[in-house]
Design a protein around this ligand. Structure first.
Ligand code: GLU
Length: 503
């Protein structure tokens, strides 16, 4: 059997990172089994359809390296309102991959379900349905259709008059959802609603569309969040009614926040765009998501895995049954590991867009200044957890700083006079120093601290404030070297003027 799995987003809003994690599982499983990963756009809810969301989803999958083997082709992307998405055009033998382009298929299946005695037409008005619900609410009953039209003669409602088509759920017995992760889950049929399959406007409801598509696209495994379990019996009934083979269900537990509650904005970033903008590396996020609810082995302590290793070791049937807790701290740690693993040039290429976006360096960046920029990388590589942090840490290297307030320039346990004197001594030391390199700076600066009766930290703190305008900055001597002698001396002088004026 060739494994075929799919990601089937409803483009009504930014995809939640939990759905992206589920896409990672689908992709890993497809790649491990040498199967296919399919992207299908479930846009039956046209009122909430947002074309830009389709783009966000495709950009996100592409950024994470989740390539899809079948999905909307060029014409479909244009139909979806995406004129500039040509690079994502894939197509495939089971198209179209957009539900609103497959309406005829759903209608045909709905009519066949009527013929097979598994569905019926219903022309109850919204007012009548509301009355039914009112009654049920008053009696504290489950809200469901009262099957009024189910018992009408088959020709009572003409196909030409406005109506919906409903599933004829058996009144007795159980429907079992076999699930490889959860085991069998049984549902009493009497509690299952006679679900609308086809609406009066000819659009299918999601339940019909998903079954028809999964069948005709020959999906073998349905890997998705376990919040879909309650709606699965209706789908199984449709498969049975049509005599189609039921795919293998693998409902994966949802992703919670660190506090065990459903992961939401309250906890932090939840959309892939946010993670991307905050500067997580895609390979780190991919590694992290793969381990969210799955572990490669009992007692396995290794957490950093290459993409190839993850594909080799992924085991769908060992996905945890309990919800996964999303730890932002762990993601930060993992991202730091990946950042430290990059070459200087590699990290520089990743940092450049963040500096450009913040307006610190021009776009395009002039080649002749590349070496200077590269000099910053070793200053930050050891400490960065996310690429975006580089902007705040290094802005002082790119633009003029406001001279700091006098109080900031007074060193720990020092008087303003002592601080001023220290800055003046540093200025003359650095004016003469050859070469203007970190290794050459440190010994005389330490010796100067000793001569002035200061701890090295006291002296360096004053210089750091004077030159960077901030308390926390990359290593001091490296920063001075990148800034260059002239800038450093100018800033020291400005700081001295501020201090002198305050005395
Ligand atoms: N369109 C559904 C969603 O938005 C897909 C559910 C499924 O995988 O069956 O998540």
């Amino acid at each position: 059997m060739t494994v075929r799995v799919r990601m089937a987003p409803s483009p009504t809003g930014e995809p939640h990172i939990g759905n992206v994690r589920t896409a990672v599982f689908n992709w890993l499983f497809a790649r491990k089994m040498g199967g296919q990963f399919i992207l299908r756009i479930e846009d039956t809810d046209r009122t909430r359809y947002q074309p830009e969301t389709v783009m966000v989803i495709m950009d996100g999958l592409h950024w994470l390296g989740l390539d899809w083997d079948e999905g909307p082709g060029l014409e479909e992307l244009q139909y979806l309102g995406l004129e500039n998405a040509g690079e994502y055009a894939v197509g495939g033998p089971c198209g179209p991959y957009t539900q609103s382009e497959r309406l005829a298929m759903y209608k045909e299946v709905a009519e066949e379900l009527i013929e097979r005695g598994w569905a019926y037409r219903c022309n109850c008005t919204p007012e009548r349905l509301e009355q039914v619900r009112e009654r049920q609410r008053a009696r504290k009953q489950m809200l469901m259709y009262d099957r009024h039209c189910r018992n009408l003669p088959t020709d009572a409602i003409s196909p030409d008059e406005p109506h919906v088509i409903r599933l004829k759920v058996p009144l007795e017995g159980q429907t079992i959802v076999p699930d490889t992760i959860k085991g069998d889950v049984a549902f009493e049929n009497e509690g299952i609603d006679d679900q609308v399959l086809l609406k009066s406007d000819g659009f299918p409801t999601y339940h019909l569309a998903v079954v028809v598509d999964d069948h005709f696209m020959e999906i073998t495994h349905i890997i998705r969040g376990d919040d879909w379990i309650p709606s699965t019996p209706k789908r199984i009934l449709i498969y049975q009614a049509m005599g189609w083979e039921v795919p293998i269900y693998c409902h994966v537990p949802l992703v919670n926040g660190p506090d065990g509650k459903k992961l939401s904005k309250r906890h932090g970033a939840t959309s892939i765009t946010e993670f991307r903008n905050q500067g997580y590396l895609p390979e780190a996020l991919f590694n992290f998501l793969a381990l969210l609810g799955w572990a490669p082995g009992e007692g396995e302590e290794q957490e950093i895995f290459s993409r190839k290793e993850l594909i080799e070791r992924f085991d769908l049937f060992r996905v945890n049954r309990a919800p996964a807790a999303f730890s932002y701290d762990k993601l930060d740690w993992m991202d730091g590991v990946y950042i430290r693993g990059l070459s200087e040039e590699g990290l520089l290429e990743r940092l450049l867009p963040f500096w450009q976006k913040a307006g610190l360096v021009p776009d395009p960046y002039p080649d002749e200044k590349w070496e200077w920029l590269r000099g910053i990388v070793p200053l930050v590589q050891e400490r960065l957890k996310r690429l975006e942090e580089v902007v705040e840490w290094t802005a002082f290297l790119f633009r003029e700083i406001e001279p700091p307030l006098a109080e900031k320039l007074v060193g720990k346990k020092m008087t303003p006079e002592e601080s001023l004197m220290a800055l003046r001594r540093v200025q003359s030391l650095l004016a003469e120093l050859e070469p203007f390199e970190p290794e050459a700076m440190e010994p005389p600066m330490r010796a100067l601290a000793e001569e002035l009766g200061l701890k090295a930290g006291q002296l360096f703190g004053v210089v750091r404030w004077a030159v960077t305008g901030q308390k926390v900055a990359p290593p001091l001597f490296g920063s001075l070297a990148v800034l260059g002698r002239e800038q450093v001396l100018t800033r020291l002088e400005a700081a001295e003027t501020v201090l002198a004026a305050s005395i």
